[in-house]
Design a protein around this ligand. Structure first.
Ligand SMILES: O=P(O)(O)OC[C@@H](O)[C@@H](O)c1c[nH]c2ccccc12
Length: 271
């Protein structure tokens, strides 16, 4: 077994001809205690990897649901150190295996100091960082720093990324590649874009990295279609919306999130 849990998960799924289900959750919405419970619950409900959003005031590609969630978390005063602490408590619990990956703006990493942020991420037990706004020119320098901390660097390609640029991005991406399914922002959509199949086939020709698709996915039938062409499926807004709908009843939010994760994980794994 390799030393990074992300590699382990994809190797294991591949051996079973299965695919990864990866929920995205905001840290600190409505508070970190809730986030801690939610991470444990979605892991138990069938998530293979979990993306944890570090709230940030300047949206990158975040749609209205994720933006509102980030705003609630920031208004409640969530801090990066608190998020790391919450993650650490989880990854240190006996028998914990599910890889946790931060979704974090490069601005937050840079402000703290790259080395310091990476050290804290490693101490927290994170397996990787998805950095949607990291310039590919800098990623080449940062990826080895991350590797030295046992962290994968996950970058994104979109439908408008040129072939030449995709190759550059892939050259400094490790763990898996985040394939954005649509031009635009996060948020639930109907169907699966027709061009996605072609985009994924093109990427498949130039990389062995697992290809994970996110943006606009919330329904089991979309997941079914994607299972044939992608190595993993990412769902954010549909889950985060449950928090928004039950702000006064966290237990109700958790139970709906668990149900949705169970259904989607089942669809990804071959239901
Ligand atoms: O919300 P959706 O459409 O299900 O897509 C996942 C997405 O929210 C999550 O991966 C994400 C949240 N913030 C981001 C910023 C950039 C790229 C991706 C993201």
């Amino acid at each position: 077994m390799s030393s990074n849990r992300i590699d382990d998960v994809f190797a294991d799924l591949k051996a079973r001809s299965s695919k990864a289900f990866m929920p995205f959750l905001t840290a600190g919405d409505p508070d970190l205690a809730f986030t801690g419970r939610m991470i444990r619950d979605v892991a138990a409900a069938g998530a293979d990897l979990i993306e944890i959003g570090f709230p940030f005031s300047d949206p990158i590609a975040d749609g209205p649901v994720i933006q509102a969630s980030y705003t609630r978390a920031l208004n409640r005063g969530v801090k990066i150190d608190g998020i790391f602490q919450t993650i650490r408590e989880i990854t240190q619990s006996p028998g914990w295996k599910t890889p946790l990956v931060a979704m974090v703006s490069y601005t937050l990493i840079f402000k703290r100091g790259i080395e310091q942020f990476l050290k804290q991420a490693q101490d927290a037990g994170l397996s990787g960082l998805i950095v949607p706004d990291m310039p590919v020119e800098e990623a080449g320098e940062i990826e080895p720093m991350m590797a030295a901390h046992g962290l994968k660097l996950i970058l994104l390609v979109t439908p408008t990324t040129s072939d030449a640029r995709a190759r550059k991005i892939i050259a400094c991406t490790t763990g898996f590649l985040y394939c954005v399914s649509v031009v635009g922002i996060t948020g639930e959509r109907e169907g699966i874009p027709a061009a996605l199949r072609k985009q994924l086939a093109g990427l498949r020709e130039i990389t062995q990295l697992p290809l994970c698709v996110g943006f606009g996915i919330s329904k089991p039938d979309q997941v079914h279609a994607l299972r044939e062409v992608a190595d993993g499926v990412i769902v954010g807004s549909a889950l985060v919306r449950k928090i928004e709908q039950h702000l006064n009843d966290p237990d109700a939010a958790l139970s709906e999130i668990r149900n949705l994760v169970q259904g989607l994980a089942h669809a990804v794994h071959g239901g």
